[in-house]
Design a protein around this ligand. Sequence first.
Ligand SMILES: [Ca+2]
Ligand SMILES: [Ca+2]
Ligand SMILES: [Ca+2]
Length: 388
Amino acid sequence: MTATAAVLAAASVSAQAAPAASRTAPPPTATAVLADKYVKDTTPPPRRVWRTVALSVPKGSHIAGYCYVLDGTLGVPQVGRPCDNSWVAAGADGSARINVRPLQSPFNDLTVVAVGADGQPSQVSTDLRIQTAWGPVDKLGDITGDGKTDLLSRLGTVMRHDAGKGNGRLGQTRWARVDVSTTLYARVGIVDGSANNGLLALANGRIMSLGGDGIGDFGPESCCLYSPDGNDWSNVTQLTGAMNVAGKGTAGFVVVRGGQIQYYGATEFSVRPAVTLGVADKNTQLVGVQDFSGDGKPDLLVRDGKVLKLYAGNGDGTFKAPVVFAKGYDVSNLVDITSDGDANGDGKADLWATTTTGGLVFIPGLGKKGFGKPLLLARTGWKGVQLY
Ligand SMILES: [Ca+2]
Ligand SMILES: [Ca+2]
Ligand SMILES: [Ca+2]
């Protein structure tokens, strides 16, 4: 360090250390305790159950309120910069009650700072760990926690989900927070050790996992799944989840990569060598990996031009040679087709597809007989939407 730099550094340190003469003392640290009917229970309630938390500061402290976040990073407010997480005003005695919804099993962390009338935060934040009962693990295909298969899709850079009603039809639409620019997504099962279904994302040649929040949103991204044949996935052009292909509970995914269709079994952190299933060309579209044939073993369904081809799964991570499974599924009629499993409760894997006129159809699975007559769910609103 030069003499000048040392002087500047010393000046900078002393400037930071100097107290601001106009400031009052920061408010005291908050106390956060659970305050609802569940605190008497010997085991905590499951995730997604709303909890009430009582916030307080010592008697006689005058504060404006509390800034808090559950399972996230608190952007601590400052004088002139208000709370950008959740905010609750304090009563005259400095206390407040908040309702929060723990979404993870088993631990959820609440971070709170008290904020003075002048906007100053307490010097130390308060952490409260809220426990939930473990599981049950959400059904594959259900991202909202009601046991019914949901549709996940993307329009431009925005991810949306439409809550399945359990009869193939769709209910409430929600837009997710996750940023989906320049990225391929695949629906998979548990990716983060929680009980909520998550996603794989491919961006910039890397495959990342995004845990689910169990009510239809995902993230943040966690890096990375490493390929046994080099960690560069940049030549992957399609990606779909492939759970239970090598037995119940096993994770994996199928890609189109370098003109080939490949299955990769995966653990949380590593990927097994590729199983090449066939060749892919410009007419190849991965539809999904579900049990379409009705024998209990997940199969790969691929659109090849005007037909759907089935790669029947053997239940051990290998697949049989493809056979034509259904006809009349050309792009001039159906733009994008996906399967997230059974959406109408008969145990057979179904399809959702967008139409060339911007509509959406539900196509019920008939097991080994293929698929039934499409049911029109929406005439418009689905133009340019990509289904996952
Ligand atoms: Ca659901
Ligand atoms: Ca099957
Ligand atoms: Ca079905």
